[in-house]
Design a protein around this ligand. Structure first.
Ligand SMILES: [Zn+2]
Length: 408
């Protein structure tokens, strides 16, 4: 990774996010331009999940200690959790994961096999008492926004649901331009970190192996990387320096349904235990955005770009025209700026706006004829075209989440 593409450096230079010792290490805040990227990414994933049959929920970032004792986090994951807060006779903790909340939502009423697979998703906060590592960026943080989801299904549906989750991850990566470095089948290692239920581990590992084999993706099995309650498929990405991290996961879990006594009434009228498929499509929003910042070096696809379109009136005379066009862009939902002559020569303004996917120059001729002279981020300068047609084309490219700006 070149220093130029370090997300911490770009994050500061482009005013995307920052940290402050008054808030604390590992607790970044998002500046307006960074918040735009995050919001667009979150909305994209929510929309995709809706289409894939997920229902979105919200659940609180705190829970009683008993909730995590029940889920197993307290016994197996406690060193990564913030210490509990005493509240009268109770202890509450910042949640280390969303799973227990979703299990509780599942069992909030009786479930029939007809409702399964029940797919619940949430973009929610979770917390990790990270002590070491590089704090100051978005990759090692103490407050994480997780793109989480849990599919509650019958044992017969597990393989299909895990395969669908993997497919969803691959679809998102194709749109975002993210290339995984490898798919990892993460299995338990030695020691007491894992719940003891050998037959369940074997069963889930077999299921995930089948899913990976059917997908035709190359994968490697690795011991010691499983979640404490089950094996998982980890989708690994790397930064420019080759440092690997897990972005997305698919997990099969027989343990938590057992712990929470989850049930559904089957076609036979009897009570059965569902299986939980845990999946994170873009995983931690912080890590996903860090990766995108480094991947694009700040030159984001138009749909993610903080500023999508910069209008450049050549002189004072065209300023009114540019402002009127900016108003129309705003109405179309585009993020637009007018860089007027008070900001310097045209060349200087073009350079200042070099990360914006689209620019449009308005000179005397363009103003008189209702045209703009477009410039694309790659330096391409198509011939002038009617302002309305140009703006409509930009909006269409944004809606289609095109990777590169184009007027074709
Ligand atoms: Zn989960």
């Amino acid at each position: 990774m070149t220093a130029q593409h370090d997300h911490r450096r770009l994050g500061r230079e482009l005013a995307l996010f920052d940290t402050d010792p008054m808030i604390g290490a590992g607790l970044p805040y998002w500046l307006p331009d960074g918040a735009v990227i995050r919001h667009e990414l979150e909305e994209y994933v929510r929309d995709l999940e809706r289409r894939a049959g997920y229902r979105h929920v919200y659940s609180p970032v705190l829970g009683k200690r008993e909730l995590y004792e029940r889920s197993g986090h307290w016994a197996h994951y406690r060193e990564d959790m913030f210490p509990p807060m005493r509240l009268g006779a109770e202890e509450v903790v910042l949640r280390p994961s969303l799973c227990p909340h979703h299990a509780v939502i599942y069992r909030s009423r009786a479930r029939s096999y007809r409702e399964l697979p029940l797919r619940l998703a949430e973009l929610g906060g979770m917390y990790r008492s990270e002590l070491s590592g590089v704090l100051g960026g978005l990759t090692r943080v103490r407050a994480i926004q997780l793109n989480d989801g849990h599919v509650f299904c019958t044992p017969d549906q597990v393989a299909d649901e895990a395969a669908r989750a993997l497919e969803l991850i691959r679809e998102v990566y194709a749109v975002l331009g993210i290339e995984p470095v490898r798919y990892r089948l993460s299995l338990p290692g030695e020691g007491g970190k894992y719940v003891a239920a050998p037959e369940l581990w074997d069963r889930s590992a077999r299921l995930l192996t089948e899913v990976l084999e059917k997908s035709g993706l190359p994968f490697e099995a690795q011991r010691g990387e499983a979640a404490f309650y089950g094996p998982k498929i980890d989708v690994q990405i790397a930064d420019g320096a080759g440092r690997e991290a897990t972005l997305s996961t698919v997990q099969v879990d027989f343990h938590q349904p057992e712990q929470f006594g989850l049930e559904y009434v089957g076609a036979d009228g009897g009570r059965h235990r569902p299986v939980m498929v845990h999946r994170a499509v873009i995983g931690s929003v912080e890590r996903a955005v860090a990766h995108l910042i480094e991947l694009y070096g700040g030159a984001f696809p138009a749909w993610l770009a903080p500023v999508q379109l910069v209008l450049l009136p050549l002189s004072e005379a065209e300023l009114g025209r540019a402002e009127e066009l900016a108003g129309r862009c705003l109405e179309l939902g585009l993020r637009v700026e007018v860089a007027g002559p008070e900001q310097g020569s045209l060349g200087a303004r073009v350079r200042a706006a070099r990360l914006a996917p689209y620019q449009a120059v308005i000179g005397a001729r363009e103003a008189a004829e209702g045209l703009v002279a477009p410039r694309l981020r790659d330096g391409c300068r198509p011939s002038p075209l009617p302002a309305d047609a140009f703006v409509a084309r930009v909006a269409a490219g944004v809606a289609a989440r095109e990777r590169e700006p184009s007027l074709d």
